[in-house]
Design a protein around this ligand. Sequence first.
Ligand code: THU
Length: 130
Amino acid sequence: MDFENLRQLASDVRLRAYAPYSKFQVGAALLASDGRVFTGCNVENISFGLTCCAERSALFSAVAAGCTEFSQIVIVADSQEPVTPCGACRQVLAEFAPDLEITSTNLQGEVFQANLRDLLPRPKAGILGT
Ligand code: THU
């Protein structure tokens, strides 16, 4: 699965985002090590705090399908600058893939690429004796 396929999947699922409060729709396509792809969109809630981001939606869907190893995630949003995962999503993604390759794009085609290790160093340092 190449970048363009992943970008298209993320772009398609973005349109299903439930974002009546922020009006900011985000889509994510998460590539598993076995080649499967899991998509997710943000799902907001009137409480605001219970909102789930696109990245976590994709990850939770993958885990529910029995998939826990990932190599890449592509994120699409309609933003001035490509959007990188929030702190909560970084921690949750790092649980399974601390070296995940992250590619963020906006609708203008601008791209930001980073390794999760650089966005969230030492994600499990010391916790529960790790
Ligand atoms: N959001 C995501 O889904 N992913 C990101 O990487 C950034 C933020 C969502 C959460 C909320 O529904 C909306 O975008 C505005 O923050």
